[in-house]
Design a protein around this ligand. Structure first.
Ligand code: ATP
Ligand code: MG
Length: 456
C-alpha cells in the first residue's frame, strides 16, 4: 500500500491482523513494567496495546529502548489505575507509569479531530500545537508518523494489528510516512529529524516522497521548540547510533537547520581534520553506549561545535583581538548562537566551555600544572577531546600520546619524571620551562604550543 492509498483509506482502514502464531513477538521480550500496565488496563476493561518503537523493534528482532502503550483509557483513568503514575505534557498529554528506573509511556488513542470542536486540538498554519482529541484505535494509527511506527500488539489476543502497511515496510526496510509528507512535516517539523534518526538507527532507506520536502520545509525546524530539539539531539547522538545519524543528517541536508555553525566550519575544513574529529567523537560515543558506559551531551556538543569556535577565534584574531580573548569570545558566541536552535541546559554549556578552555593547558608540562590538570573534574573529558584533535597537527598528536603515557604511571613515578632535573627525559621531555621561569621570580610568561587552542 502506498502512502497515498493510506490517506485514501483515511476513514475506514481495514486492518491486517497477524495472529500470535504468525509473528515472533512474545511476552517474554516485553518489560515487566509494560506487561503490568498492559494487564492492569485490560483487567480494568480497557483496550491496551503495545505500540510504536517497541513493536517495530521486537518484530525486527531488536531490543527496544523503551515500551510505549496505547489505550482507550483517558490519562485520568490511567492515573486512577496505577499508584506510580504521573500525567505529563501539555502539547501531547500522556501518562507515565514508573517502575523503578523504567518509565512506561501510556498514550490515549488520538482521533483525527475532524469535525470535533470540543476536543483540545490547536492547529496554527498547519502546525499542530496541541493534540489531545481522543479517538478510536484506527484513527490513532493514522496520527502516527511512519507506517512502521503504527503497529499495535494487542494484549487481549497477542495479535499484531497493522492499519497502514507497516509490516510491508518492515519487510522492505523502508520508511514511509503516513499520509502526505509535506502536510505531516508542516504539522510537526520534528518528524523530518525522526525520519533521519530512524533510518540511521534501523539501517532503513527513506521513501523518496518523504525526503523530497526536506529542502523546502527543513527551515521549519528553525522555529521548533529548542528544548524539544535538545531531546531529539540526545536521541540522535547519544543512543548508540550517533555517527549514522550525523551522516544521515548531512546527507538529507538537515544538519544546517540544527547546527548551522558546524556546517559552516565543515565547508572550510579543507584538510578533513574537523570531519575526522566529529566522526571519531561520535563513533567513540557509540562505542561507549554499546559498552553501557556513561555518555554526556557536553562532550558531544563540544565535538560538534569545535570547528565553529576555531573558525571564529581565528577570524577574531585576524581582526586584531588577542589570542586568549579571541578564543573566549568565540566560545561564548558559538554557545549563544547554538542556543537559539537547540536549548543546551546550563550545566552542559558550562562543561562544554570548560572542555574547550582546558585544551591549551595540555601544553603545560610542569609538575604542578600536570597534577593540577589531572585533578580537574573535567580532565577526563578534556583529555578525550585532546585525543580527537590528533588530526589537527603532529604536535597535538604527540601531546595526546604524552598524556596517555603519563596516566599509566604511579603518582611517584610521575612526580619523579616531572621533577625539574628530569627535563629532557621521556615522556615529559619538555617538562618544566614555565616552572623554571616562574621559580626565578620573573613575570610569568605564557608557555604554550602554537597548536594549543582556546583561551587559558
Ligand atoms: P525509539 O526507538 O527511539 O523510542 P519510537 O518510534 O518509539 O523510537 P518515541 O519517541 O518513543 O519513538 O515515540 C513512540 C511512538 O509515538 C512512535 O513510534 C510513533 O508511533 C509515535 N510518535 C512519536 N513522535 C511522533 C510524532 N512527532 N508524530 C507522530 N507520531 C509520533
Ligand atoms: Mg519509543
Amino acid at each position: 500500500m502506498s502512502s497515498d492509498s493510506a490517506a485514501a483509506n483515511h476513514r475506514k482502514p481495514i486492518p491486517r491482523v497477524i495472529p500470535r502464531e504468525q509473528h515472533n513477538l512474545s511476552r517474554k521480550q516485553i518489560s515487566r513494567g509494560a506487561l503490568r500496565v498492559l494487564y492492569g488496563l485490560k483487567d480494568a476493561g480497557f483496550r491496551a496495546c503495545l505500540v510504536g518503537g517497541a513493536v517495530r523493534d521486537l518484530l525486527l528482532g531488536r531490543q527496544p529502548k523503551d515500551f510505549d502503550v496505547a489505550t482507550d483509557a483517558t490519562p485520568e483513568e490511567v492515573r486512577k489505575l496505577f499508584r506510580n503514575c504521573r500525567l505529563i505534557g501539555r502539547r501531547f498529554r500522556l501518562a507515565h507509569v514508573v517502575f523503578g528506573s523504567e518509565i512506561v509511556e501510556v498514550a490515549t488513542f488520538r482521533g483525527t479531530g475532524e469535525g470535533d470542536t470540543s476536543g483540545d486540538r490547536h492547529v496554527v498554519e498547519g502546525r499542530i500545537l496541541r493534540d489531545n482529541v481522543w479517538g478510536a484505535i484506527e484513527e490513532d494509527a493514522l496520527r502516527r508518523d511512519f507506517r512502521v511506527n503504527a503497529l499495535y500488539y494487542d494484549i487481549a489476543d497477542f495479535s499484531v494489528i497493522d492499519y497502514v502497511g507497516g509490516i510491508e515496510d518492515l519487510e522492505q526496510k523502508h520508511l514511509r510516512l503516513i499520509g502526505d509528507p509535506a502536510t505531516r512535516y508542516r504539522e510537526d517539523p520534528v518528524r523530518m529529524l525522526r525520519a533521519a534518526r530512524l533510518a540511521a538507527k534501523l539501517g532503513f532507506s527513506i521513501d523518496p516522497a518523504a525526503v523530497a520536502p526536506f529542502k523546502e520545509l527543513g527551515h521549519l525546524l528553525e522555529d521548533a521548540p529548542t528544548a524539544r530539539l535538545f531531546d531529539e539531539c540526545q536521541k540522535m547522538f547519544l543512543a548508540g547510533y550517533g555517527l549514522a545519524s550525523f551522516r544521515m543528517l548531512v546527507q538529507c541536508g538537515l544538519l544546517r537547520h540544527l547546527f548551522p555553525g558546524t556546517v559552516r566550519a565543515l565547508a572550510h575544513d579543507a584538510s578533513g581534520s574537523l570531519r575526522d574529529l566529529i566522526e571519531r567523537g561520535l563513533s567513540g560515543t557509540d562505542a561507549r553506549v554499546a559498552d553501557k558506559r556513561p555518555v554526556t551531551p557536553a562532550f558531544l556538543f563540544a565535538v560538534l561545535l569545535w570547528g565553529e569556535v576555531e573558525l571564529l577565534a581565528n577570524e577574531l584574531q585576524a581582526q586584531g583581538t588577542v589570542r586568549s580573548l579571541a578564543w573566549q569570545r568565540a566560545a561564548h558566541r558559538v554557545m549563544a548562537e547554538q542556543g537559539k536552535r537547540v536549548a543546551i541546559p546550563r550545566r552542559f554549556s558550562y562543561a562544554i566551555e570548560e572542555i574547550w578552555a582546558l585544551q591549551p593547558r595540555f601544553a603545560e608540562r610542569t609538575r604542578k600544572r600536570v597534577f593540577r590538570l589531572m585533578a580537574h573534574p573535567r580532565f577526563r573529558a578534556a583529555y578525550d577531546f585532546l585525543l580527537l584533535r590528533a588530526g589537527e597537527s603532529e604536535a597535538l598528536r604527540e601531546s595526546g600520546q604524552w598524556w596517555t603515557e603519563i596516566q599509566a604511571l604511579t603518582p611517584e613515578q610521575l612526580s619523579q619524571l616531572l621533577a625539574p632535573k628530569s627535563v629532557g627525559g621521556k615522556p615529559g621531555e619538555n617538562a618544566g620551562s614555565t616552572g623554571r621561569r616562574r621559580r626565578r621570580g620573573g613575570r610569568r610568561r605564557k608557555s604554550r604550543s602554537p597548536e594549543a587552542g582556546p583561551q587559558e
